[in-house]
Design a protein around this ligand. Sequence first.
Ligand SMILES: Cc1cc2nc3c(=O)[nH]c(=O)nc-3n(C[C@H](O)[C@H](O)[C@H](O)COP(=O)(O)OP(=O)(O)OC[C@H]3O[C@@H](n4cnc5c(N)ncnc54)[C@H](O)[C@@H]3O)c2cc1C
Length: 511
Amino acid sequence: MVIVGGALAGAANAILLLRERPGLKVLIVEKSAAFGRRVGEATVEVSSYFLCRVLGLTQHLNESHLVKQGMRFWFFNSRTESLPDCAEIGGRYLSRVPAFQVDRAVLDEEVLRRAQVLGARVLRPASVSKVTLVPGGEQVLEVRSEEQTTRIFARWVVDASGVAALLARQEGWWRPNPAHPTTAVWARWTGVKDWDGYELAQKFPEWAMACHGIRATATNHLVGTGWWAWIIPLKGGDVSIGVVFDQRIVTWPEAGPLGQRLKDFLMQHPAAREIMGEAQWREGDVHWRKNLPYYSTTFAGDGFVLVGDAAAFIDPFYSPGMDWISFTCSAATDLILKQQYGAEQLAPHIARHNRDFSRSYERWFEGLYRDKYDYLGEFDLMRLAFLLDLGFYYLGVASQPFKRGRKALLEPLFSTTPSIPFYHLIRTYNRRFAQIGRRRRLANQLGRHNGHRRHLIGGFTFARSSAWPIVKALGGWALLELTEGWKSWFASQPQETSARKPAVVATESAR
Ligand SMILES: Cc1cc2nc3c(=O)[nH]c(=O)nc-3n(C[C@H](O)[C@H](O)[C@H](O)COP(=O)(O)OP(=O)(O)OC[C@H]3O[C@@H](n4cnc5c(N)ncnc54)[C@H](O)[C@@H]3O)c2cc1C
């Protein structure tokens, strides 16, 4: 068995396989000599379950990373001048289900080390340049290391090559997702202010007292029209800050060093001016990636399987990347073990794997992300979406592995029949909020509710009582339709398109 890529998805897959079949010969080929920091720094509930309870990393996460305190959102408009003026959504107390802010350079090394301890052989730095797929036979890999190329034969190839998506690109399965043209720009920063420190508590006492938990270790999201930014603290003091924007709505400034452009862009937001006004990006650690989403039309065959980003990527909003790793690695392991234990017919399992992950990607995108950037910056719309998206995630998705164990990870999001009505409901309200957002934009009415409001929740759990916020938010949606939504019930397509004409990015002038 050869695993291409030894970062989180690849190394996790090796652990899962070797735990189940200790004698298995596993070779991990990893391009880099050492992992650098990378995005993918916030876990959410499913990925936390996977990292803690499946991979067994709880102690490592507690010791070498930070415990995450949920998600928090900050909104602004032309009348919000300071941090406390910004409308806020988040928890009033600490989170109830574990999650972590992770330094991926540290985490991925640890997972790879554990795979080695279980018996995986690691070839590093080395790179797989070509794979010849032989259905049901021995796959042939060309591996380049130390100036020489060798051929390696293996019954299975697990492609965990990340965004390089080795197999999908080589085989012509790789597809962009032009319905969601997004770009990300990010860096690690020093000198970011402590959200919960003495200075801000003195400066804004009422604001500080409104939250009884810890704001700093949440994933703080700054949001604007067509964009959002994350602020994720890392163990040791550096902070990961980056922005993701919809290319149809935001025009990114072209001139100047990328770190400066990122900073200037974020300075339009009062929360950024307060928290990172004095911050400095780390030279050499500033990155960008255009046209983020893509997918493979094939996820597995008899002899290969794609996991993590090598299989697909949608959007980093709500941090689903490591959830996707949890689902793809669990299902890949299951598929390979079926063959290893001598399943007579592999074809139906492969067909099911491909069907489930194609459906999951499509519904995950259509349900949660399509056109979301049309309303991301609207406090009242995002308040409803947050309660609904998160409520359904807690009750229908995140609770499943915690209640039913790891077999729940064999059912990727929205792939099962009972999830279909929920998919349609989620897709419907997200579409409606996007339409309302576009209408507001055309009518020059964006951001009216973005100041001087705070929606601080007690925190979701897996108890039935967590359905209440969903019920209330559905009521809020109905009211919204009656008071405002009806104006966009019959909106025409051209109107909708013109609502997304690129807005000139406000930088200095917005201060
Ligand atoms: C802007 C942004 C923010 C994100 N934020 C989050 C977040 O907060 N939470 C979250 O869960 N997810 C997040 N994600 C997603 C997350 O980064 C990915 O899902 C995750 O890192 C994928 O891990 P991976 O192991 O599949 O791939 P990678 O981490 O990309 O690893 C792939 C590995 O394969 C190696 N490799 C590549 N080609 C070859 C080859 N030919 N031969 C040998 N080795 C090779 C590489 O060196 C690399 O080590 C974010 C993504 C983006 C773009």
